[in-house]
Design a protein around this ligand. Sequence first.
Ligand SMILES: [Cu+2]
Length: 140
Amino acid sequence: MKYFIGFYLTFFFSTFSYAELTITQAHVRAIPPGQKASVAYMTLTNNTAQDVVISGANSPFFMSINLHRTANIDGVMTMRAQPELRIEPNQSVTLAPGGLHWMLMGLKGALKPSAEVPISLIFADGSEQKLHVIVKTIVN
Ligand SMILES: [Cu+2]
């Protein structure tokens, strides 16, 4: 499996409601017209001395967002739903091709490259952090 060759720009616009979490390299994969599912990748850094737990996410652009982990099981790539995303104190977790990703299902409109997808991360305590994640073409 080839990893993507595309270019990355650190891209982070946010109305911080949870400023202890820094998000970088956030992007949504561009998809062909008619396709209804995509993925979002990002690096999340916990700047606090306590675990940060993300229990879900949502977006007005998609019917649902779930956390998945891609795994190679006996040569077959499968995706498994993950109940939560836990980031330990002063650690980073990277969602990237071949591993963890936000699975975006049920696209309601069109996803154009360079558009921004609003995504809210929902924390275990019920608070939210809103992101605007750019759509990028990813080759892999
Ligand atoms: Cu998935």
